[in-house]
Design a protein around this ligand. Sequence first.
Ligand code: ADP
Ligand code: ASP
Ligand code: MG
Length: 424
Amino acid sequence: MARIVMKFGGTSVADLDRIHNVARHVKREVDAGHEVAVVVSAMSGKTNELVGWVQGMPKATGANSPFYDAREYDTIVASGEQVTSGLLAIALQSMGINARSWQGWQIPIKTDNAHGAARILDINGEEIIRRMGEGQVAVVAGFQGLGPDNRVATLGRGGSDTSAVAIAAAVKADRCDIYTDVDGVYTTDPRIEPKARRLKQIAFEEMLEMASLGAKVLQVRSVELAMVHKVRTFVRSSFEDPDAPGMGDLLNPPGTLICDEDEIVEQEVVTGIAYAKDEAQISLRRVADRPGVSAAIFGPLAEAHINVDMIVQNTSEDGSKTDMTFTVPSGDMEKSLKVLDAARDKIGFDVIQHETGLVKVSVIGIGMRSHAGVAASAFHALAEKGINIKAITTSEIKISILIDGPYAELAVRTLHSVYGLDKK
Ligand code: ADP
Ligand code: ASP
Ligand code: MG
């Protein structure tokens, strides 16, 4: 007997038929004698609809924030998961399974106060463990918890993955299965590159990079939690027949296992390619090259909670002036320009230039630590396709390249093939 957390994403619970199909997956594990907690997302498209409603509302008069009240945003967008948790509990009951729904506040899943992007601080798993011991399935609404202000808080888009891994850690589950609309983690987004291959295993560090660099198959925070708490996490498909052979395999279920790198049997140099759309680039031209200038630029941006990513600095021939180029998410572009303009006297630049619609393509693999020449192959391959590189950053296990938006798919496919990742 094992204790399993099963998470089902939006497309897996998109309508009543699919919710019944999910119930069959749960029944399979219950019938095998396992203790089960389930985490559900909202029906696909629901969260977007709810966010759209919030954005369609007028802003409060006199509010000092340019945005709506983030606590009310959470009240509204968390409702999608409440619906699916109840529906799945009913579907399970109709199959003769003892099940009940749980909202984040009922458990409680305690979070910090960052409404809209809250982090889980603590989960009291006791009552769920007790009830699982009595054979009851807990159906937990993902994406939500309870803030220190005693109000509903949501975990950021894609946050149900994080709910699932956090619950798995809290109830000391043997496994956390993330069911989605693909049958595992691929070498790149299979929607962009049909030749992408499914990985049998991927190391935590690599999955963390893939997720941070744009592969939305798992929310970044869920991978961090799985890594820290050593949660055995699988990504697998809810669209396969729940009763097909092997689906209930306890040790080797179909899908991709996220694990420690020592567990990986065949480590390649490059494991995957990720891409992130909607990047914007800002260049400050002819900035005085003196100590403190970077702090003068990036300090105010950080204070405004703007996430600066790639940074490139060039120095003029005589060393007196520098050009500072960096990227921010496109959505933060206007805000960044305002912040920089306000700090103009302190920074002392001549011109500010900006460009949106860029894409960051990244090559990821822990094998890069011990192999030279990985970056050079990427640059060659992109040059051959006539793709211009606007900025580059590297770390031990990844190379990120900034390019013009329209070349995104070509670049992903080119890099995928150059590192031998294409399906044979
Ligand atoms: P869910 O609603 O189940 O949470 P998501 O849409 O958040 O599902 O994530 C699954 C999607 O992630 C897939 O449909 C796929 O297009 C995308 N994806 C991006 N990169 C990858 C990758 N490397 N491997 C698998 N899926 C990926
Ligand atoms: N429903 C939420 C979203 O769409 C959370 C999730 O699906 O993981 O972002
Ligand atoms: Mg998701």
